[in-house]
Design a binder for this molecule. Sequence first.
Ligand code: S3P
Length: 448
Amino acid sequence: MSAHATPIPMMSKKCGPLRGTANVPGDKSISHRSLILGAMAVGETHVTGLLEGDDVLDTAKAMRAFGATVTRHDDGSWTVQGVGVGGFAEPDGVIDCGNSGTGVRLIMGSMATSPITATFTGDASLNSRPMARVTDPLALFGAHSVGRAGGRLPMTIVGAQNPVPVRYVVPVPSAQVKSAVLLAGLNAPGKTVVIEQEATRDHTERMLAGFGADITVEDTNEGRVITLTGQPELKPQTIIVPRDPSSAAFPVCAALITEGSDVLVPNIGLNPTRAGLFTTLREMGADLTYENERVEGGEPVADLRARFSPNMVGIEVPPERAASMIDEYPILSVVAANATGQTVMRGVKELRVKESDRIDAMARGLRANGVEVEEGDDWWIVHGRGMGGVTGGAVCETFLDHRIAMSFVIMGFAAQNPVQVNDGAPITTSFPIFEGLMRDLGADIARI
Ligand code: S3P
């Protein structure tokens, strides 16, 4: 989204059953990677099902600025004419990644081992997020960076003239950091090794293998050891982007808390590095079933069926599951508010450095709407009020964060009084059809 998008205040109300089929858009993580790896391949990559949200559109613009030809066709498919590993041109202008941490961090990695310089910026949310987690390992390859205090954007990266491969133990559970290092490793001669102690989403590894890179993954006592051989010629691919489990989370959770609901969310990838929320919901007693389970493109896929679940109970979410549901804690906290008992979420420090401080943002809105929340640096507890027990009636601030906005809009469907959000504009970053899709299912959402 642009840095100065006009705020869109919204209000949602208690509504009747949500029923029907929710066709959610393409996976955001896979969409970014399709464009970036397509730009680093030699020849034309075809992409269908690309998420056309602002985050991904900003990455498409960035790839054009680095010299790739990125085209949207009338049938909604996209092609990327790549320039090859090490073939990026120096951009003329500043690269604006809007709201997207994934976009900026992966693109920084992809250019950091080429002898070019690029300056990156974003909106107020992105410009407040930490970038040292990416620029520190990029420095090991020989890249230099200059940014604002605290390693914030705007920031200039001077790519390494003579990159060297690195061995890097990722200090925080972050697929963005892991991916930035792997993408930088593409243009370093020799073997780049990335070790992660907690498994995070593995789309970069899978896609690099698909594009023909020499990449191996080994589970060892040290963690997941990923070894990439640099300077391959990446071969263009035909990519069908699966639907986004993180977007599916919203209609699924909406159905669970809205009386009488029965919603089908077809074709959702259940890659174990992404599906932690659905396991958690089932442990809470959600009526959530997997229909038509199958394997597509090497990934487990199912149609999710979610029905109103009035008797859910809070649980202690295992901390080791956090990476596989890191983007889903905001909407889980809304379900937790409608369950009985406490939902305890530990090992979630990373939530504090997302598009917003998501523990703080959710705690504020939940408390304003009558829900008790306790929090610490890397944990929080939501005290459930039972189904329909959220008082509502308050305005929630969304802090330029799409997932905070969607979570509070959905909270209104089961609250005793309407719930308002001060700004729903960020929703277009990941789920541009959210409002229409929810209304078609039967939700009562208004712009105010
Ligand atoms: C993403 C990784 C996660 C996630 C983000 C998408 C990715 O971030 O929160 O929405 O596509 O690699 P971190 O790597 O910071 O955990």
